[in-house]
Design a binder for this molecule. Structure first.
Ligand code: SF4
Length: 327
């Protein structure tokens, strides 16, 4: 402390002595040049009055009140919040369901494989003709590939998908007696069937609880800070720790419904979202209620849904068949 005080006094002292002896040294010349340059610049710019008043307040406030660190949410609080989100989504989407049309496990597994890189709507518009021509695994396994390709062309990647569903049909015919197996370890051995597809089939055709980690699910659980993981298998494991098994399948549908209708990837409709009070990412999307309302999709926006044959209780309109207007 005393050193600092002396130094300050010393600067004034040297300055006084320099004036008295009328001496100039290099240091004072530079100081003098810098000062006059600064003055000249300030005079030229002629705007000091505008700059000065903008800064004083934060300079005084900042050191007095350092930013208070946000208290991290405890695991227990997060689990409670996650379960509350699930309960509230159950009220918003009491009709949540798989959005692929299917009449049996075979149709569901084929439709799920076809849904890669396209919408469920496009698959639903495509599968009626496919299943009309090839209603069983035996029929599809014995098909002419080019004919299958033509039928599923609207779903994109139709050559690769034809190989997958025909290979899948042949495996069902040869290894499982023409039936879709109801066990995860068997399902994932089928061509084109990964864990996600397997859980869709288990959950919706066999009533076995499963968490479907698709692109919507991954995005939303991270927005809600239920997990920091990016790998689908790790996400699935962490979410499974938060919810009882009995909730897994319906939780998946609700989250995916919310992601498709409200909490979109690019423009989440925060201003029209029913769970803003539980969401740490509120404000990531449009918060103006009127503008947000216009971002809502399917039945929430007054449009048709994705299924041509939606289950009873669905409050929206069925999707149009292929070729008709989607509007
Ligand atoms: S508040 Fe926004 S980010 Fe959060 S769930 Fe709703 S739409 Fe998604």
């Amino acid at each position: 402390m005393s050193g600092e005080g002396n130094s300050a006094v010393g600067e004034h002292g040297v300055s006084k002595r320099a004036k008295a002896s009328n001496r100039t040294d290099v240091g004072s010349k530079e100081t003098s040049k810098t000062t006059s340059k600064a003055i000249s610049k300030a005079t030229k710019s002629a705007k000091p009055a505008k700059v000065a008043p903008a800064k004083p307040a934060p300079a005084k406030v900042a050191p007095a009140k350092p930013a208070r660190p946000v208290k991290p949410e405890s695991r227990l609080a997060m689990v409670r919040r996650a379960r509350k989100i699930n309960r509230e989504l159950a009220e918003v989407f009491p009709y949540a369901h798989p959005e692929l049309d299917f009449r049996n496990p075979f149709e569901l597994v084929v439709a799920t494989v076809l849904s890669a890189q396209t919408t469920d709507l496009r698959v639903n518009q495509t599968t009626p003709a496919l299943f009309a021509k090839y209603p069983t695994p035996e029929d599809l396994a014995a098909a002419v590939p080019e004919e299958v390709e033509e039928l599923i062309r609207p779903t994109g990647f139709f050559r690769a998908k034809t190989k997958s569903i025909m290979g899948l049909a042949a495996a069902l015919r040869d290894d499982f007696g023409g039936e879709v197996p109801g066990r995860l370890e068997d399902l994932v051995k089928l061509p084109g069937v990964g864990r996600k597809t397997a859980f869709v089939v288990l959950g919706n055709a066999y009533g076995v609880p499963g968490i479907t980690v698709d692109t919507h699910f991954m995005r939303l659980v991270r927005r809600w800070k239920w997990t920091e993981q990016e790998d689908p298998v790790k996400i699935e494991a962490e979410i499974a720790e938060i919810f009882p098994k009995s909730e897994w399948t319906m939780l998946s549908h609700r989250v995916i419904f919310h992601g498709r209708r409200i909490c979109h990837a690019r423009k989440p409709a925060c201003g029209a979202c029913p769970i803003t009070h539980l969401c740490p990412s509120y404000g990531e999307g449009e918060t103006d209620p009127e503008k947000a309302k216009k971002l809502l999709k399917y039945e929430m926006g007054g449009f048709p849904g994705q299924r041509l044959n939606p289950p009873p209780g669905y409050p929206g309109r069925p999707a149009p068949p292929l070729g008709a207007s989607d509007g």
